[in-house]
Design a protein around this ligand. Structure first.
Ligand SMILES: Nc1ncnc2c1ncn2[C@@H]1O[C@H](COP(=O)(O)OP(=O)(O)O)[C@@H](O)[C@H]1O
Ligand SMILES: [Mg+2]
Length: 264
């Protein structure tokens, strides 16, 4: 099984006035495509920072990060958004839904911003809303939805462009216990029924029940804590090839050799 994410000797610090705050000191980590990864750790331990490094929203001070074969430090700043929209589905802690648009319109707008092209664009949205149990909410506005429903919409939107990796930052953070449990089950179902790799940051104990690998984030490190090989995706899942599917990849990353580093 090929590695979809490689984090090599990465260090990251923030500068706060005259002081450096070291968040990560030389971390190493590889993630395979069939995994549901949980980054577990208390508030302030660096979970969001780690996700931001993977999405290219932050660059490491040292070391390198490779996602689906791309060295993130080599992607020009102007193409970073293309990297995210072609490869990743990101669900931020705050959902970031557009309040003046309906559920469907939110998803359609996102597909358009990502320039996602596919013959079954609209069917994909309908299918996702059904799968996530929110099809009856498709004409509602975000303010009319519960916290759990908003999160499901944000997930549907993230999945609407058929990404390789779904990234969720504290998805159950603002939910009551019951909605949080429902959401966990739903994320597990998405994981098991698609070829998508899932990465979750959380301090919700319940997430431990669905993850195939749990990493502890804290003390400037990311350490593998527990592995559940039986929860990995089985052999029967067929994975799409990465790097030859949608617009953007060939144009930006693979044709221009200066953007590609030699594998060591
Ligand atoms: N842009 C920034 N500038 C300075 N400090 C930051 C910045 N972003 C995060 N931090 C600090 O880094 C630490 C880790 O933050 P974060 O990754 O958001 O943690 P978590 O998501 O685990 O709660 C916190 O102490 C936070 O205050
Ligand atoms: Mg956070």
């Amino acid at each position: 099984m090929d590695q979809i994410i490689k984090i090599k000797e990465v260090s990251k610090k923030f500068q706060l006035f005259w002081e450096d705050i070291v968040i990560f000191d030389n971390i190493n980590l590889e993630i395979e495509r069939n995994e549901l990864i949980l980054f577990y750790g208390p508030s302030g331990s660096g979970k969001t920072t780690l996700l931001n490094l993977i999405t290219g929203l932050l660059l490491p001070d040292e070391g390198e990060i490779q996602v689906a074969g791309l060295y993130l430090d080599l992607i020009p700043e102007k193409d970073k958004a293309d990297y995210r929209s072609n490869y990743l589905g990101i669900v931020f802690q705050e959902n970031n839904l557009v309040s003046t648009l309906t559920v469907t319109e939110n998803v359609v707008l996102f597909q358009e911003l990502c320039e996602y092209e596919s013959e079954d664009k609209q069917e994909r949205i309908d299918e996702l809303l059904t799968k996530l149990g929110i099809d009856h909410r498709k004409d509602s506005f975000p303010a009319q939805l519960s916290g759990g429903e908003k999160k499901r919409i944000a997930i549907a939107r993230a999945l609407s462009t058929n990404p390789y990796i779904l990234i969720l930052d504290e998805p159950t953070g603002n939910l009551d216990r019951e909605s949080a449990n429902d959401l966990c089950n739903l994320i597990e179902e998405v994981f098991l029924t698609t070829d998508i790799t899932i990465i979750i940051s959380s301090h919700d104990q319940k997430m431990n029940e669905i993850a195939s690998k749990v990493y502890k984030v804290g003390s400037k490190q990311v350490q593998l804590e527990t592995e559940y090989p039986e929860r990995r995706k089985g052999e029967e899942i067929e994975y799409r090839t990465i790097g030859s599917l949608e617009r953007g990849k060939d144009e930006y990353f693979f044709e221009d050799e200066t953007l590609i580093k030699e594998e060591k």
